[in-house]
Design a protein around this ligand. Structure first.
Ligand code: PLP
Length: 432
């Protein structure tokens, strides 16, 4: 019922210049919502459904578990306008890693105080980017090597510096510590060099890897941070900022440790390693936590290669039951790709949960709920573009849709336009 999806008037008042957000009444399932937009558009273009109400909910949840830890949302995860504006309105800051990420924040939040609410959280910075951040009055960055300190002495001598530490992050979906981070020895040398260069180290930062599956990762990292705070004193640096990075799950279903378990570990470790922390500002750079569950993707079947057409022609139930289902394979081609918003299938080994939305009067599927091993390919000419090998799906037809859940993190931001395919349609909703 179209009338049920009305433009949310409150949000229109808050964000008058922005795309409409449809208010979704209580009780509508994700499938109902997807069907609504499918019927509304009537084309086979893929699209995202963005639940704007997810952002303040996640922010409130964060503040319940971490009342004293300030959010610096990691822009790389998803640069959705609403997400950025809502984080800013609620008092959060941003982790920007490039000129373009900072420009995006500034375009949406022109009055933001960059000196307090932006961290240039990349340990290896191009000089042109350093100049831009400095020009915009950003005052905080991270460093993990001596050459970077020398660069900063020349180009940004008054910046406040956090030492980025290595962590034990091998159990995370993607670990960062091979590429970034100082061990104790390097951190000590950074203090020595910073002293010589008259640079200002004010704290330390770490990241336990994105998609943290290790309950102890934060505990180890915080213990290491305590050591670094201690070493800093030897070189007359008084550290006041502790940045605990990201790594938090975007949704808790089947994710262990869950967000609340991680939060508990972090609080306990803070109490153990930083019992007197009144004068320490603790910040974090969550990305996936805010973005992952905010977006679903609807793609449609644009072609299929069904090896079981014969099967469909069997008329009797017995004939159908006698077929070896494992031998039946259906191949579907959809209009979203691993080069597009589904790239985490390759990078993170993600298996998305998929719901089929079949056309209401599809003759092929009538009364048949049986699921068959199926292959789903993306639309590009590349045979590596495999969305799923061997997923159990009912018989589908061209024009049916697949709904992929929780595609909000590192999806649209990684999407490229290979072969000219790219999902560009967004529908925004606010769940009651
Ligand atoms: N901070 C830094 C420096 C990162 O590199 C990343 C992710 O790549 C994040 C924060 C966000 O991490 P997550 O999405 O796991 O919260």
């Amino acid at each position: 019922n179209k009338k049920q999806f009305q433009v949310d008037v409150q949000l229109k008042k808050i964000f008058p210049d922005h795309t409409d957000v449809y208010h979704v009444p209580h009780g509508q399932s994700d499938q109902d919502i997807a069907r609504h937009f499918i019927n509304e558009i009537g084309t086979d273009d893929p699209f995202y459904i963005v639940d704007v109400s997810h952002y303040p909910k996640q922010y409130m949840k964060w503040k319940c578990y971490f009342p004293d830890i300030q959010v610096f949302y990691a822009m790389k995860t998803n640069d959705n306008d609403f997400l950025i504006k809502i984080i800013e309105r609620l008092g959060g800051g941003f982790d920007c890693a490039s000129i373009n990420e900072l420009k995006t924040v500034l375009a949406l939040c022109p009055d933001i105080d960059c000196s307090k609410r932006i961290i240039y959280a990349h340990p290896c910075k191009p000089i042109s980017h350093i100049k831009y951040f400095q020009e915009k009055n950003v005052q905080l960055t991270v460093v993990d090597n001596e050459d970077e300190l020398i660069k900063l002495e020349k180009h940004w001598p008054n910046v406040q510096i956090l030492i980025r530490l290595k962590t034990k992050d091998s159990k995370s979906l993607i670990s960062f510590s091979d590429k970034f981070g100082a061990n104790e020895h390097i951190a000590t040398r950074l203090f020595q060099l910073a002293k010589k260069l008259n640079l200002n180290i004010v704290g330390c930062a770490f990241h336990v890897g994105t998609g943290c599956y290790d309950d102890n990762a934060f505990q180890h990292a915080l213990q290491f941070a305590q050591q670094i705070f201690h070493i800093a004193k030897k070189y007359q640096f008084h550290l006041t900022i502790l940045d605990i990075g990201g790594g938090f799950p975007g949704f808790d279903e089947d994710h262990r440790p869950s967000f609340s378990q991680l939060a508990q570990t972090i609080q306990q470790s803070l109490d153990e390693y930083f019992p007197q922390r009144e004068n320490i500002q603790i910040i974090a750079e969550p990305g996936r936590y805010f973005a992952a569950a905010s977006m679903d993707l609807v793609a449609s079947i644009i072609a299929c290669r069904s090896n079981n057409k014969d099967y469909l022609n069997f008329s009797s139930k017995e004939e159908k039951e006698n077929v070896d289902k494992d031998l039946i394979d259906n191949i579907y081609y959809i209009n979203e790709s691993t080069y597009g918003s589904l790239s985490n299938i390759l990078y993170e080994n993600t298996t998305y949960s998929i719901t089929c939305l079949r056309k209401e009067h599809s003759q092929l599927v009538e009364h048949d709920e049986t699921k068959y091993k199926s292959i789903v390919y993306g639309p590009t000419c590349d045979s590596l573009d495999i969305v799923s090998l061997g997923v159990d799906l009912p018989l589908l037809n061209i024009g049916d849709h697949l709904l992929f859940y929780h595609v909000g993190a590192y999806s649209s931001s990684l999407s490229m336009k290979f072969n000219g395919f790219q999902t560009t349609k967004y529908y925004y909703i606010w769940k009651d």
